[in-house]
Ligand binder design. Structure first.
Ligand SMILES: [Zn+2]
Length: 425
């Protein structure tokens, strides 16, 4: 028996060139969508998040960088693969696929696991014998995160249609004791936490990944009533997981910033397709916004990152130079420079990458954005200004992974720290 235990404690997996110990104590990584560090500190300061307060004060709270574009899917996949999009291939919700439409190309969603170029550490851990569960808020992420995973994987959004064959679990609503939440609500994320706690209470699990949605963060700034209520809710569930003996690692897929004029509340938008049509002629350039997905009501498909496809006869260098002179542009790079700097797959990024400044977003044509769903001034993400994210642990951390050339900690280091570097008590 001692040998078996010894072996169990030394079992490891190698995934995408990184080395992980299989959990010897149940371990959960939580990706809080759009969790700017300020949200945590403000909720703690307001006295509504005492458990998060202990994580912040316990000496295991760090700031790191997410991947650019600072969007949900590229970062969630980076976290579960432990590597940037240049390796796993998912660099947006949406992209121009030159092979689609019989080789003519088409703008398509990147939700299909067929676009994934790397395995997840979750699937590898399950393959090695760990009992793994994944709960996401939106169903768009579920199939990517659950790719080749032999375990439990379901979304709050579709919690009423789970099956043992598809999701590794039969009855979720009975287990969680909450109704299926509205896709545009704080309840969607609460369901994820509640499900995580119920799974931890009722099953023998080794590894769990919980991923929420940023509905609240798009609407509420750090320290506001709506934000603090969300973090108070989250605090209660995290405290329960801690009390159940779980190691907790908490990070975010990206931050979130105000993207509107503080006086008028109107969004600060550069409609790039309109600008390029004006310069080059109608629809010569093709602007792709990788934030685009079926759930755009709370951000109007406006984020701080865009990519542009140009026909061969247009000189990209000249277009880059002109875009660089626009007000509100933080970076404009050609494909090669952008993919090198942001670790992106060259074949899924256009000829030009544009990143807008902290309070500015990028659109296609003004006429193509339905902003009627923006009931509060726009907050969004996608840029370098939303790159800083928290990494928090409920245990002491022994030494951080030393990035090459003094690079900052990344959100996709979170599993490595949680599995290899937290102390056992
Ligand atoms: Zn997100």
């Amino acid at each position: 028996m001692a040998d078996a235990n010894l072996n169990a404690s030394e079992r490891t997996i190698d995934v995408n060139g990184r080395h992980y110990r299989l959990p010897t104590q149940p371990t959960v990584v939580v990706c809080v969508d759009g969790c700017e560090f300020d949200y945590l500190e403000a909720a703690v300061a307001a006295g509504v998040a005492p458990f998060i307060g202990t994580m912040l004060k316990g000496g295991a709270a760090f700031k790191g960088d997410c991947v650019i574009p600072s969007f949900t899917n590229p970062n969630n996949l980076s976290i579960v693969c432990g590597v940037p999009p240049s390796v796993h291939g998912i660099c947006g919700n949406y992209f121009w696929d030159p092979d689609a439409n019989g080789g003519k190309g088409a703008e398509v969603m990147m939700n299909d696991p067929a676009y994934l170029r790397a395995g997840t550490l979750l699937a590898a851990a399950a393959e090695a014998g760990a009992a793994v569960a994944v709960v996401t808020a939106k169903d768009k992420l579920r199939r990517l995160l659950g790719w080749q995973l032999k375990g439990i994987c379901f979304s709050a959004e579709k919690a009423d249609t789970v099956s043992l064959e598809e999701n590794g679990i039969g009855e979720v609503l009975d287990l969680v004791g909450l109704p299926v939440p509205d896709v545009y609500s704080a309840g969607l994320s609460e369901f994820v936490f509640a499900a995580g706690v119920r799974l931890a209470q009722t099953r023998k699990l080794d590894l769990m990944y919980l991923s929420t949605t940023d509905y609240i963060q798009h609407k509420w700034a750090p320290g506001t009533a709506g934000a603090n209520a969300f973090y108070a809710m989250m605090d209660g569930y995290l405290a329960k997981l801690d009390a159940l003996g779980w190691v907790i690692g908490l990070t975010a897929d990206h931050g979130m910033k105000a993207k509107h004029d503080p006086q008028t509340g109107e969004p600060n938008v550069i409609y790039l397709q309109d600008v390029l049509d004006d310069w080059l002629g109608d629809r010569i350039a093709r602007v792709i916004l990788p934030i685009t997905d079926p759930y755009v009501v709370h951000h109007g498909a406006l984020g701080s990152f865009a990519t542009i496809y140009l026909p061969r006869e247009v000189d990209a260098a000249q277009v880059i130079e002109r875009i660089g002179r626009l007000q509100g542009i933080e970076a404009v790079l050609d494909n090669r420079a952008a993919c090198e700097r942001f670790e992106l797959p060259n074949d899924r990024v256009g000829d030009i990458v544009v990143v807008s400044t902290k309070h500015v977003v990028l659109g296609t044509r003004r006429a193509d954005h339905d902003l009627s769903g923006l009931t509060v001034p726009l907050r969004s993400h996608g840029g370098i200004s939303e790159q800083e994210v928290p990494l928090l642990f409920n245990r002491r951390v022994d030494g951080l992974p030393s990035g090459k050339g003094g690079k900052r900690l990344r959100n996709f280091d979170i599993f490595e720290v949680a599995l290899n570097r937290v102390s056992s008590s």
